[in-house]
Write a new protein. Sequence first.
Lengths: 145, 276, 127
Amino acid sequence: MLESRGHPNRLGMRGWLFGGRWGPDRYLYSLHRITGLGLLLYFAMHIILTSSRALGQGAWEESMARVSGPLFVIGEYLVFVAFAFHAINGLRLALAEVGFGVGKPIEPIYPYRTALDEQRPIVVVAMILVALLIVVGGLDFFVWH
Amino acid sequence: MTADSKPKTVLYRVLRFEPEGSSNPRWQEYTIPYTSGLTVLDGLWVIKEGVDPSLVWRSSCRMGICGSCGMFINGLPRLSCNTQISELGSSTVEVAPLPNFDILRDLVPDLGPMFDHHQALSPFILRPDREELEKPTAEYYQSSAEMERYLQFSYCIKCASCIAACPTVATDPVYSGPMPLAQAQRYNTDTRDDGFDIRKLALRGPQGPWRCHFAGECSRVCPKGVDPAKAIQLLRRDLVADYLRLRRPTPPAAVVEKPDDIARRPDIPEAPPATV
Amino acid sequence: MQDQKLWTWHLAAGLVILVLLGLHMAIMHLDAALGIFNPSGGHPIDWANVVARGQTLFFSVTYVLLLGVALFHGLYGLRNILLELAPGPGLKTAISWLLIITGVALFVLGTWAAWKAHQVALGGVLV
């Protein structure tokens, strides 16, 4: 471990969410983290709950009845929203994090053009897709049923 | 006298810390007159020379080259010499030491951990022909296109703004951070270099680019346009390709061999004798 | 284990999940719009639909594949977040083992359920 020689000034977990006047990509990063954790929590409960189908129709319908009602529908919709964001943003990240869509090294001439500027149109398209999925999902959840 | 001709003032809020006491860092306020073209660093000098000589910070060149004066100014890490007060859009200037580093005194951060990480990733040319490196006989081949693959990352001045902005470094002292990783990529892509496998020993672990989640703050705050986020993603591409055995290593650039059958053009005079 | 290896698989797992969970979500939550793989109509979680999907080998196999891949992706992501909090070496090992055990337990449970449900669904038709 590195030895501290002065007053500690790491931002800590506050720095994950908020460290100053940051840009939109910082908030996408935070949202990706939060939706990921939420999806994982839901996934663990989902595995346990849906395992009841192995015990036949009675057990299945009993466990499904336990999670019915408007509150659970809203909760499931939130899971769908988290999935839509995490999936589309995740695809963007999967490509960007192996160097696709971040641009080639360039001569830094002011005003600087960075990988974030290369990503900006991709981010906009991705967020429009997320919004579309959220709207279509919302209609399916609450209107078409 | 009209209201316009009254001298405008700037309010400086500066985070002070004395290591001698046991007290925590505290904000101190100074009001100084505003003059056209005043940078944040100039303002600090005005305070030190006229108001409070005990104020401490690091700075040197005053022109954005040396990378000493990185500070957390109005919510963003910036070079104080490179930041005009007029561009802040506020008559209050809040100056704190760069976050994610221990504070040694007032505005002086302890950059040691960053340079430890930097050093651990061998930020220099590594090649097998040590003799040639120590006592060079000629130049290595490198085309302009090959140079442009790393040139942007070599403009880094190690001002630590990117480390202060990185959300991963905010909690994680193991992760190397944007600057050291960008420098690893700078030397990995240099055609004269053959050190990929040596740097990989550190980069494949938790020090490597794996805890970068592309929040992009390093590239946003970099005062030299080095774009560390881009460097890290390109570095990760090489490492992933290496794991999947898709990376084709190329031998390092060879030494330019001196042609032996040439004669000096007659219209070019001999160089004057050496004076030292 | 090396992050170079694990992260590459994390990425690959994410792409597999994108396809399989996309299909799963489309079946479950875009049923009114798409209406795929719900042969008996009604709600996708009605028992008849669950049986109909459970009968096909495709769904039984992809359920298990999605289960394993998503558990790895999610738990590696969680491990990454936890290790970024700079735990000590002992706690770090404990976190890794806890997540591995959790993952294996959930995988065993889910695989058992998928296999058993496949048997139940096939039996339900035969009897």
